[in-house]
Design a protein around this ligand. Sequence first.
Ligand code: C5P
Length: 402
Amino acid sequence: MNGKSILLIIGGGIAAYKSLELIRLFKKSGANVRAVLTKAGAEFVTPLSVSALTAEPVYQDLFDLDDEAQMGHIQLSRIADLIVIAPATADLMAKMAHGLANDLASTVLLATDTKVLMAPAMNVRMWEHPATQRNLAQLEADGITRIGPDEGDMACGEFGFGRMAEPEAIFNAARDLLAGETTGPLSGKHILITSGPTHEAIDPVRYIANRSSGRQGAAIAKALASLGAKVSYITGPVNIAAPHSVTTIKVQSAQDMFRAVNEALPADAAIFAAAVADWRVDCQGDENRKIKKQKGRMPVFNFCENPDILASISALPTNKRPPLVIGFAAETDHVLPNARAKYKRKGCDWLLANDVSGDVMGGDNNQVTLLSPDGEESWPLMSKDDVAKRLATKIAKALSKP
Ligand code: C5P
């Protein structure tokens, strides 16, 4: 941590007292710490204690002339190598999830493109409330890393999840995040993953797309990186943030994606989670000119087949083929029979079948069945993050075998 710059945001919760110990740990490791203390945070720890421990002024008010003169809020959001929020209260999480910027802490968080680690702390009911869980899902999708909360007795007398992680655990998580998470069972492994939809141009302004949100693929990329893998995340156009600690390659069409996959090889494993368009418009006219509307005359499009990326990579010679190739089968009906046929046809090693007849596309949860040479394994309905973690752990196990 030597020489690293940490911006610590202290929210208003009883756990704020632990943030003083956290500052001490950061300082001991050689990091520079600047702190933003929210109005509510200052009810629990004094600016004097924070300033004495950080050996820096404490930043409290968005409209404080002295603070702004010393270091403006935009600058404050940019100088850090890592932003740590401890405690991250329900209120701070809600503001962040919705992009509010009505005090110094939330403004800094909206203005930054730095990695953010948050340590939530709140009453168990507040933590379990659907609103907080919705906000959490949004923040994780936005690429914010979370540590805790832990389970245990709380200051309010209740028991459950809501206690802030211990300062040492937050410190370790911050250190790993700064180190680019190079440790873990997948360290040294390169894994590529395709994700999201593809856009197939009709003309310069129109395209054919599909409803894939890319959330399952992004969750898998994140889970692999958190196990130490070097991840090439090849994504079609999506509205979600790319996970931290992965190499993001943005593409538009299936052909672009195919090219990017080949450029990213060699890899120890390749996962094809993208919803690739099977066809593209065989553009007869000038691809740089918008097709004009002609009264009473409908355009007729011819389609041609896109490359099947999964099948092509599965069919590569052994010296080029990633040793573990994983496909997806998103089906609306006859899920398993269709998936079994696809598994044979594509030539991949594993295939994850999922039913997309409900709100899976764009939703939070997924129910998958893993087809592999070991047989069929049906996983219960779980969050896309949990599917990702379970898959990443399985991949780590498979790649550790000689
Ligand atoms: O044939 P289908 O689109 O149902 O196959 C789904 C699987 O194949 C997914 O893993 C998807 O990412 C992959 N795929 C591909 N290239 C295509 C079509 C599908 O890699 N052109």
